[in-house]
Write a protein that binds this ligand. Structure first.
Ligand code: EPS
Length: 397
């Protein structure tokens, strides 16, 4: 099973990830990792930091001659900005010059609870580790599971359906066509847009809205649509709560900084409708086997994959670092004051889609490994092929 852990502060020397449990024999290129890191850095509405960084992963272990070797993979992404923070973020010696302590929490951020929980006299350490900069390490880590899945015909993709109130009015027919080619085709199309939207009028509206809130010193959130194609029936299980695949997927999405809600399929819409308008009816044909009239369940029934495209949705709140201050107070004087500005983005929803793709990749890879086992890619490939044939044979007379 794949496990990973990340380390690193936003303005420390580097971010690191150790990924354990990847099978041996998965072909990985430097480009497979760095392409995802570059995608994460894009998007209309990003702040000054992305102009400083040019994220690249150094592979310190676990890959030999372009293939995983089954041992833990260590990834290191250096923070270029570190050179500007050596005094503030010094590991050992406190610098001679005064380092300003931060004592005014930003509403909506980890500042307040983090400062009290860890007993700091300065909010800086909370800002450093709660920062979404950490997602660079998770994108690098996730890129390995993503390659593993791609070699098995399982692809992950996303697009942005809403930024602020600018949203797609209906699900674009282009989505179905792109998904038919695999979910990565959908992502490649979305990547052509500065806001990763497929609908041009929504894109124009979103960019204008980002400009407008930026002028006002404000921020915008939005909604990411995530798709996974090629997952066969029967991953995950209903038999125990911690084997439920839907819960693991939603948990992964909610672990992303600023993501406050997630759903599978049309969960919230479905809740307002009778069952006859919700459940995806079966069509059995001798030519095509099993298909469905719809996919409102988002590819999961009974917490298991049902063979349809998986569709998840995540809601990102507006980033809580605002140029225009909100009401706050000073934790030292306990006097009301306005919140301080910490450099940030106006909108990071396009990047959140890339991060969402990365965090669900190990979840799907683990569901696959739980179902099929295996330590080497070729072994897993043949087991998956056999499972796909077994499932298809169930619907043939
Ligand atoms: C981010 C890096 C950060 C922020 C942003 C995301 O860099 P800095 O703090 O140096 O500007 O731009 O982080 C936040 C929005 C946050 O609340 O911490 C990145 O690499 O994605």
């Amino acid at each position: 099973m794949i496990r990973y852990i990340t380390a690193g502060e936003s303005h420390g020397p580097a971010l690191t990830a150790i990924v354990e449990g990847l099978p041996a024999g998965v072909p990985v290129t430097q480009n497979d990792i760095d392409t995802q890191l570059l995608r994460r850095q894009q998007g209309y509405g990003r702040g000054g930091r992305m102009k400083i960084e040019s994220d690249k992963a150094e592979v310190l272990s676990g890959i030999r001659f372009g293939k995983t070797i089954g041992s833990p993979v260590t990834l290191l992404i250096r923070n270029r900005d570190w050179q500007n923070w050596t005094a503030t973020m010094a590991q050992f010696e406190k610098p001679a010059e005064e380092v300003a302590r931060i004592t005014v929490p930003r509403p909506g951020h980890a500042d307040l609870a983090g400062r009290i929980k860890y007993g700091f006299d300065d909010i800086r350490p909370v800002i450093e580790r709660s920062s979404a900069r950490e997602t660079a390490a998770r994108v690098a880590a996730g890129s390995l599971s993503r390659v593993f899945l791609r070699t098995l015909g399982i692809e992950i993709g996303s697009y942005v359906s809403a930024i602020g109130s600018s949203c797609e009015t209906a699900c674009s027919p282009a989505v179905e066509e792109l998904l038919a080619k695999g979910a990565e085709s959908l992502s490649m199309e979305a990547d052509q847009s500065p806001v990763r939207m497929l609908d041009k009028s929504a894109e124009t509206g979103a960019m204008a809205a980002i400009d407008e809130v930026s002028r006002q010193g404000d921020t915008l959130g939005g909604i990411v649509e995530l798709f996974i194609t090629g997952v066969p029936m029967g991953f995950g299980s209903y038999v125990q709560y911690d084997r439920r695949l839907d819960a693991a997927l939603i948990g992964a999405l909610l672990s992303i900084q600023a993501i406050k809600g997630a759903e599978i399929g049309h969960a919230f819409d479905n809740a307002r409708k009778p069952g006859s308008q919700v459940h995806d009816e079966f069509i059995l044909s001798s030519a095509d086997g099993l298909s469905r009239r719809s996919n409102r369940a988002g590819g999961l029934e009974g917490s298991m994959s049902n063979g349809q495209t998986m569709h998840l949705r995540a809601a990102m709140k507006p980033i809580s670092s605002l140029v225009s201050p909100l009401h706050s107070f000073d934790l030292e004087t306990l006097q009301p004051t306005l919140s301080r500005f910490e450099r940030s983005d106006t909108c990071a929803v396009p990047a959140a889609g890339v991060v969402a793709e990365a965090v669900v990749a190990p979840v799907i890879a683990n569901a696959l490994l739980e179902k099929l086992g295996g330590d080497h890619l070729e072994e897993i490939k043949s087991r998956l092929e056999a499972w796909r044939l077994h499932v298809a044979s169930a619907f043939q007379a």
